[in-house]
Design a protein. Sequence first.
Length: 419
Amino acid sequence: SFAPLGRTNCPKPLLRQRTNVATAGTYPPGYKMGAGRDGDQAASHSLAEHVRKAALESLPKAAPLRDALLEEGRPVFTFGTCPPREGTSAEKATAICDGFVTRSSAELTGVDGYLVYDIQEEAGRTEEPRPFPFKRTLDPATYAAEVARKSGKQIILYKCVVEHAMGSFDQWLEKCIETHGHTTLNLVGGAVSTRNYNGPTLPSACARVKEDGRCIFGGVTIPERHLKRGNEGHNLIRKTKLGMDWFISQAIYDAGPVIGMLQQYSDACKEEGVAPKKIILTFAPCGRAKTMKFIKWLGVNVPPATEQSILDADSPVATSMELLQWNLRQILASCGHLGITIGVNVESVSIFREEIDAAYELFRRLQCIVLTTQSPSPNTLQPSAITAQKTPVSPQPLVRCVQVKDNDPTGVVPAARMA
């Protein structure tokens, strides 16, 4: 079985670093990601991939996604996708599914399962115009069933519960389970809390699924809400009481709100006397200004220095990947002692080829970071120490990677930068 975050069964370790919540996501003036490291990139990536595979081999045999989500202390790794657009022919939709499954099966070693999103227009959430026009998709449950059948992996199926009346939701749930075989759902409410929707509220939908008893379900967490209201950790407690077994974040480009949310959530769990639920953090690469605009439109907080570093870079998508890896390292270093199991989800928010390719590579790198990172002990890293520190940490942490030689878990390779 797995220990809490950072204390996996892989050989020992890796990142020991303190992070200042106030400066998380910031970088020294004039810093350029990847500077001076071009000659080391290929060797570094090859080493990281070797370590990732070694760590995967040291873990227990892969469990079905449903079991992995419920197993205490087990990090979960997922990859997100969307159904084809509405109006796509059956033949084309099948080809899209085949292409996704073929590539993902070959490139995503160690993926526990896939996320299939329920895309909504999100009208009224912001006054900013939508960078990409909204287009409905084919039925997510139907498409997800095809992905599951062809990949042999279970799906976390997103469902926006507020769009249709409760009777329609009941019919959807029955078809989802009996026809398509889905038993892991991620339930979300409306984009605007002040708007009156036709369908059930999130608490009502959760109660119905819980009463039915055939599915387990999770929900979403939006760390940016912690910046505005300072209560996202308490929101997770409230949603846990609705029956949610895990939480998946929206895309992350700023470590600070995530760290603050996780610290508050940990404290709230202690006050309530409950164990924290699993948190799956989502990351999405960005390789162009239009994608960055869309990411920000979705409500993702992107610090100005981060945006500038990406868009001014010779290779924006590669720079975004480096920054996202750095954010994950900050989160793990700051929150590893909290006893909250952290998983990773990767997605591409556009159909831009370079960003899709980057998503596959980013999944492997982030998975390696989680599998080969040991948290500091509770005695060496406390929230008070984090917030009191004033010096920003280096954006290029050294990670001491583990390589097992002749079944000797003490054999290690020299410290290497992992991009």
